[in-house]
Each structure stands twice: as C-alpha cells, then as structure tokens.
Design a protein around this ligand. Structure first.
Ligand SMILES: [Zn+2]
Length: 512
C-alpha cells in the first residue's frame, strides 16, 4: 500500500492570523504520538523564501488559456517534470569544505531558513507568544466540513464517490498537542517550511525513499539550534491544520470561523484525489509543492469570489499551477486529472501519464498501424469542456471514421439538456478536424464528414434545424489545426475530433 501524503495547511500566520492564533499550551503530552505521521514525498520548492512574511498577493483566477497550442502538453511536461518550480535546472548539493572556505549547501539552507524565521517572528511577534482562545470546536469543525463538502461536490461533478456525512464527521478532528510535539511531525513541518522559506527545492538532494543522510542531518541541526529549535516547536504547535491523506483532517482549535471554512475546503479537496493523480504528481520535480498547488487551484474554484479575494494561502503553489498548467488546459481537464486520474489531459510524456492513457482510453503507443486502427475504434471517446456553455470537444474519433462514439453521444445529450433545450436563442456549430496521418485532401474531406455526422447526431437528439448553424455546409479544417502533437498516439487521438461551439445572438455570428 502506498504511503499517504501528509499535507499541511499553510500556517495561519501567512495571512496575518498568527496574531489571532497565538496558542500557548504546553506541548508536554509527548510520548504517545497519536498516530504515525509519515514522511512526505520528495520535497521540492519554489523560490519564494519570504512567502511566510505575507508578501504573497491574493491570487486571482484570471488566465489566458492556450488550449489550441499543439505544443501545450510538452510545455506542461517541461514545467512539471523537467525544470524546478522556479524554472531552472536542479543545482548540485555542495558538501562543506572548510579548508577552502566552503560552508556547503546544508549550512546555507539552514542560515537562509533561520534568517527568514527571524524576519517572520519580528514581523509577527505574537506568532510565538500570547495565548489562543478556542475558536473551533470539533462540532463546529464537523458542521463546517459537511457544508464545505457539499460545495465541493456541487463544483465538481467529476467526483464520483462522495464522502458520506458520517465519514466526514469521523474524519475531522482537533489537533492534540501530543501530535505537534512528535518528532516526525516536527520534521515534516520543517520540511514544508524549508520549501516555502528557502531555496532548498532548487537543489538536487533526495528527501525520501530514503532521504539523503546529509538532508536528514540538516533537519536535525536546525531542530537542535538553540534559537531556531524552540521557535520551530512553538510555530509547529500552532499549525492551522494538516491531514493524513485519506484518513484524517486535523484543525487547530484556535482557527477562526472564516478561516475554518476555507481550510476545510482545501483539506477536503485533498480527500478526493485519485491514486493515479498521486502517482503522477509524485513523479514531478516537486511533488509536495505541486500537490498543494493543484489542491489549492481546485479549492479556489469552490470558494466564493469574496473568499477567493482574501485567500493568500498557497499563493506560490497556486500561481505555479495557473502558469504551468491552467494556461494550456481547461479547468475541467484539471479536475478530471485530479479526481479521476486522467492526467493525460495535462501531459502525455511521463510514464504514469502514458500508462494511464493506455489503460483508461485504450490506445497503446508504438503498436502497428492495423492495431492502432482497431484500437481507435474500440477505445473510449474523449470529451472535453473547453469552456462551459460555449465550447466543447469530442475527441478520439476512430481512424478514418466519422461516427460519434457512445461517450460523445452521452456528452452531447448533457450539453443539449443544459444549454439547448428551452433555449431557442442558443445555436450550435460543429467544426470537424483530422489528425495528420493520410493525405491532406483526404483529411479535409474526412473532417467535413465528421462535422456532418455530428450535425446528424444533434438532429437525432431532437435539436431543431433552427438551432443548427452551417449544417448544410459543415465547417471543417482537415489536419490544419492540431491542438496536440501528431507524432504521438495521444496527440493524434486528441486531434481526431469535432469541436462544438454554442452561439448566442443569431445566425450571422461569425465562425470562431
Ligand atoms: Zn493541502
């Protein structure tokens, strides 16, 4: 069985709530750690050493998707699997060499962390002082969690198996002091803070399976530091929340009500990750960083605009997903990757993505052409919401064929019920496309017949001619507008497609 990922809610201090959550009970109940806190996967980072000082702007959901760029999957792969979060290559971990005046990377990182921690505490003196009133009881946490979960599922129909209410009540707990004084917890806490406050994730050092001894020694040195050690212990004891993936969500009893809901949206979203997605994100250059990024990206879709405007937690993580992923693929694909393991919607170069594409869609890379042809017929139709209410894709049509697959027909039926039924002002236009195999002229004709077949599908579904635009001369593009790499089976499957545009405001609307 795979180890659960152990995730942390950003400390309350990020958005200035350290002052509000100033706990001071004694963490003396050590000795019986409530449960094992497992080491997370390879910790990688983002060059935002001072993120804890509150400099992260409230992120917006504005983006400019380039969902038509045929190189987009390669760009996503480069961003997550090749480069570091800040974009460069991993730097070598330098050992100390006192004879030549080299302190070494471990010492550099330790000093960087301590400097950032000093600055943080100077700016937020109460983060390590004062007392904390109880603002969140277990019962309040449960009630908030159940409502948050309803919002999550209303936002993401991709979630197929909801958590039962009784399970949510069981999952949500209040943090006990014995947990946060546990050495494994402290190490985990420190690893997360190093990722946020130092450049450690830019360096080539193994942090798991098993960790490099030099890395472990650095953690021990920081905890043993006479100034940093006690402050780390105090801050860790005020961690706003953390989870044991698939098992528990722990909330700090000092969490204020407004923050409680946002924390629970984020943490509960974690609970719905697909195993395939976790395997995939574990293979990136920064598993923990990107896990939090994807989770926060989706969590913010659940939050109200007002909540989103105040949200600063996981700012750099969120921003990285926005820049490296959401620029190239629609949110629906991100959700399907996260909740259903369809990570091949994001990139198709990594081994995990290729394997999941093969098992979920049913097409194999490197098969002989006649196998390709057969598998293109038996494999699943792929559907995509490019933009809800205005643009959709029907992909993986069979090679040299035009008929929609059952998945396409079912998806169109959903769209029809949502947007066409009872909306005579909404009209639709299909545009046919082909992959690059075969002659250009053949593909042009094939793409026309594909569009034609989809107009027929719409008529068969009961859409009146008055809502069909250009049905008499179906728009088609042949192989000229690929949105994926024609050199791979994945790319060709996505290029063999029909696109659907919903048009409001009349028949004269121009072809997109
Ligand atoms: Zn998280």
């Amino acid at each position: 069985m795979r180890s659960p990922i152990h995730n942390f809610q950003q400390p309350a201090s990020v958005s200035g709530t350290a002052e509000r959550i100033a706990a001071s009970w004694n963490s003396t109940a050590h000795g019986a750690p409530v449960r094992q806190i497992l080491r997370g996967p390879l910790l990688q980072a983002h060059r935002t050493p001072l993120a804890l000082q509150g400099g992260v702007p409230a992120a917006t959901l504005q983006r400019t998707p380039d969902v038509d760029d045929p190189t987009r999957f390669t760009q996503v792969h480069e961003g997550l699997f090749v480069s570091t979060p800040s974009g460069g290559n991993l730097r070598p971990w330098v050992n100390p060499d006192p004879a030549n005046g080299v302190a070494g990377t471990a010492e550099d990182i330790k000093n960087q962390f301590i400097a950032a921690l000093r600055a943080h505490i100077a700016a937020n003196p109460l983060s390590v002082g004062g007392t904390v009133p109880t603002r969140t009881t277990e019962s309040q946490a449960e009630t908030t969690a159940i409502a948050a979960d309803q919002d999550i599922r209303a936002t993401f129909p991709q979630i197929t198996t909801p958590l039962p209410e009784a399970r949510i009540r069981d999952v949500v707990d209040i943090i006990q002091p014995s947990q946060t004084s546990d050495i494994q917890f402290l190490n985990q806490w420190l690893e997360n803070r190093l990722s946020l406050m130092t450049d450690i994730d830019e360096f080539n050092i193994r942090t798991t399976n098993p960790p490099d001894p030099r890395y472990e020694q650095m953690l021990a040195d920081i905890l043993a530091d006479t100034w940093a050690g006690p402050n780390v212990r105090t801050l860790a004891s005020r961690q706003a929340a953390f989870i044991e993936a698939g098992a528990k969500i722990f909330l700090h009893r000092g969490t204020p009500a407004d923050l409680r809901r946002l924390i629970l949206i984020h943490e509960l979203t974690h609970f719905y990750t697909d195993q395939g997605f976790r395997d995939w994100v574990d293979a990136t250059t920064a598993p923990r960083f990107y896990t939090e990024g994807f989770t926060e990206y989706l969590a913010r879709l659940v939050m109200t605009p007002a909540e989103r405007a105040t949200r600063t937690n996981y700012g750099p993580n969120f921003q990285a997903i926005q820049d490296k992923v959401a620029t190239f693929v629609p949110d629906d694909d991100i959700a399907r990757a996260y909740f259903l393991g369809e990570v091949w919607r994001l990139e198709a170069t990594s081994a995990v993505a290729r394997q999941l594409f093969e098992s979920q869609v049913g097409m194999r890379e490197g098969a002989p052409r006649n196998t390709d042809v057969a598998e293109s017929q038996s494999s699943h139709g792929i559907v995509q919401t490019v933009e809800e209410g205005s643009r959709y894709r029907f992909m993986n049509l069979a090679i040299n064929q035009m008929a929609p697959k059952p998945e396409h027909v079912a998806f169109f039926e959903e769209i029809r019920q949502r947007h066409l039924d009872g909306h005579p002002d909404v009209q639709i236009r299909f545009v046919g496309h082909a992959d690059e195999t075969g002659g250009a002229r053949h593909n042009m004709d094939l793409s026309r017949r594909r569009a034609e077949a989809f107009y027929q599908m719409a008529r068969d579904a009961g859409v009146p001619d008055s809502q069909l635009i250009d049905a008499s001369s179906p728009p088609h593009r042949g192989e000229t507008e690929p949105t994926a790499d024609n050199a791979t089976i994945h790319g060709r499957a996505l290029n063999r497609r029909v696109e659907l545009f919903l048009v409001r405001g009349g028949i004269a609307a121009p072809l997109p």
